[in-house]
Design a protein around this ligand. Structure first.
Ligand SMILES: O=P(O)(O)OC[C@H]1O[C@@H](O)[C@H](O)[C@@H](O)[C@@H]1O
Length: 295
């Protein structure tokens, strides 16, 4: 049963919950187990407040932390081992089906909420595997998000996935990302060319990159807002960094034309060679802890 820390709220068509702890607040939609707001006590929002986001059944929410699973991004760009898991003649939606599935609330304990997406008998439509998902949200001085995939079936299953987090920034042109220096990345906005990061990452154009062998800790340094968003990941060695910039932003009906300026996606991921292989009975947890710290 919900404790006083959890309250139900409705956002247009979607049932959602508000979690509160020591002045901090998180909002999560039942559809997609989708965190769409994280407001630490006495601070600016950490999640991008997109006033054009839509809360409709069957449609992804363009902010917060969409759960990309069991494939990431454009299906055809996934490793063959991930693509082989799907059995369907229908077009495959970008980022998989978990982000628009209806999850179940399975536990509430003080400042922790657990949601689950249990595979039906025979698996999911077009993806016939017995892999259950559990999402744990823990709110203390940070927000801790943990996504566990558990293979209950008898076949080995390979997935790619991401916690596709949209962060609020003062202006993406003025922030930097620490922790990537020297890493190889795939520049998907430049024909999937492999490149090497030199120094801090800053933003001057559309950015859509997959960083490989990423460390457990990355920081968004935002001097104008005098803050650092510290991301500490587990179970992930790849990170997607995305900002649509001017032209691509205009093509989205759920983003203002200038919305790209105030957002930055840093996506804790298991993609490309970092895809997860789940033997029968095996589990894998990918997570991120999000802290709002002074610069
Ligand atoms: O519009 P969607 O499906 O939510 O995807 C948004 C973006 O998600 C990012 O993860 C991808 O790298 C981008 O290529 C993509 O455009």
């Amino acid at each position: 049963m919900p404790t006083p820390h959890l309250e139900t709220v409705k956002m247009d068509e979607l049932d959602c919950w508000r979690i509160r702890h020591n002045g901090a607040e998180v909002l999560v939609a039942q559809q997609g187990a989708h965190v769409f707001s994280y407001q630490p006590a006495d601070a600016k929002p950490v999640i991008w407040p997109n006033d054009k986001a839509v809360f409709k059944q069957g449609k992804g929410i363009r902010t917060g932390v969409p759960v990309c699973w069991p494939w990431f991004g454009v299906f055809e760009r996934n490793p063959q081992s991930v693509k082989a898991m799907r059995q369907s003649d229908q077009p495959a939606g970008a980022h998989g089906f978990a982000r628009t599935a209806i999850w179940t609330l399975v536990g509430v304990q003080d400042n922790r909420v657990e949601l689950a997406l249990i595979a039906p008998a025979g698996g999911f439509p077009g993806w016939p595997h017995q892999v259950d998902l559990n999402m744990s949200l823990l709110l203390d001085e940070q927000l801790h998000i943990r996504l566990t995939s558990h293979n209950r079936g008898t076949d080995t299953v390979t997935i790619s996935q991401a916690l596709h987090s949209y962060f609020a920034v003062s202006d993406v042109r003025n922030v930097q990302v620490e922790g990537l220096d020297g890493l190889d990345y795939i520049d998907t906005a430049d024909g999937w060319a492999t490149k090497k990061q030199s120094g801090l990452l800053h933003f001057t154009a559309e950015t859509d990159r997959i960083y490989l062998d990423t460390p457990a800790q990355l920081n968004i340094v935002d001097k104008d807002w005098q803050r650092r968003i510290q991301l500490t990941s587990e179970g992930s060695k790849s990170t997607v960094i995305w900002n649509p910039w001017t032209e691509r932003a205009k093509a989205f009906d759920d983003m203002a034309d200038d919305g790209w300026q105030g957002m930055l996606c840093i996506e804790t991921a298991n993609v490309l060679d970092d895809a997860v292989v789940l033997a029968p009975g095996a589990s894998h947890t990918m997570g991120v802890s999000i802290a709002n710290l002074p610069v």
